[in-house]
Write a protein that binds this ligand. Sequence first.
Ligand SMILES: [Zn+2]
Length: 483
Amino acid sequence: MTLRIYNTVSGKKEVFTPITAGAVKMYVCGVTVYDRCHIGHARAGVVFDFVYRALRHLGFKVTYVRNFTDVDDKIIKRAGERGISCDELVRENIAAFYEDMDSLYLLRPDHEPKATEYISQMQELINTLVDKGMAYVSGGDVFFSVEHFSEYGKLSKRNTDELISGSRVAVNEDKKNPLDFALWKSAKPGEPKWPSPWGDGRPGWHIECSAMGRELLGTQFDIHGGGKDLVFPHHENEIAQSQGASGLPPARYWMHNGFVNINKEKMSKSLGNFFTIRDVTQKFDPEAVRLYLLSTHYRSPIDFADEYLREAQATLDYLYRALYRAETIFKERKTEIPSGIHFENMNARLTSAIEDDFNSAEVMALFIDAAKKTNLMHKDVLDKTGEGFDVNELAKYYAALKAIGGVLGVLNRTPEEYFRTTKARHLVEVGLTDAVVAEMISSRNEARKTKNFAVADTIRKTLFDKQIEMEDTRDGTEWWVRR
Ligand SMILES: [Zn+2]
């Protein structure tokens, strides 16, 4: 089998051939740090974190770059509104970014460049474009001249005539062509600025990624990723700048994740259906959020609603319970938790799901299957007190659960830790405490012992109404949250 990636440029799944065998260089556009991240950022973050993990699972040595845009109109505006410096606003939002993305278990990329640290590389690139006649200086600004790049529109499949008549192009009398875009902007009073051959100013947004990608990954790298909203103009302009300067497209494969809708509507602040990552992770376990975001293929739109998150939470419970049950059996049998076990055809299925354009939905199906098989074996042990039970068989499914969890970035905690956290969250919601539940369970067990079944049943029902379900095991009674 070979890895196939849907390339936005060709509009097809293509066989992936890395520039250097066994290695992948990947650049993903990061965030503009002017505010808290929302659930759209979470999707892009989680999707490319999954791609990063999946590529490594396939054995590639991956160099992953994700930038911060730390100079931008939005940052200047917001800092002004809040009466703080741009630096302060940026620091605050980078800290918040890590808080959010760490909570979703994103691995840190290999490089996380900040645009303001690459100003000289941006100026070099702009100089090259001016020298080649592909950019021009106009009133302290430098613009890219779109008519000098014949392939303009190849990523977003737009032709320049349509674009000119479209409404997305702002009129600016300094530009020769309305499609031309700023590479360098002259400084207005009070704005962050750097000296340049064209006067004090700051870079345009698009040139930032072109310069950082080239500096950290080279003139051409393997994968460039980002949200679908970045196809035009951001990535179209990146291609124009980078290819205009070097003659080579900056990336061979362009990957874009789909939008997040909220209750089937486009997420927007004005509609009031706008969620930050923090809003959502306060309500749901962050791993459930992650699981949900990966339950749909990355290119499809995904609909975000509480009921789906609750379903994802139930699935996560199910997965952790499978892990817990397997570990309980290993413990009971005083078996070391096996390592290095091959999970044979499950591994082949995992690989082929990844190789089909990172089909996380398929990986998820395999995950559920491994949990189901683990649960069946657990039931087998309970029913037949372990007769004919093959611990190595269980170890295979256990290894599959761990490996798939590692690729999806879930099951990061021990089951004990997971249930401690999610049960505590649930008890707060239903207004109970651990001690009260333990007390009720012990009264119920006492009532059963004395054959007082009506009392036992009333207690069971009271707990059940609070979404608490009891499970009698050989070692006593455990309880779980009923989702
Ligand atoms: Zn970018």
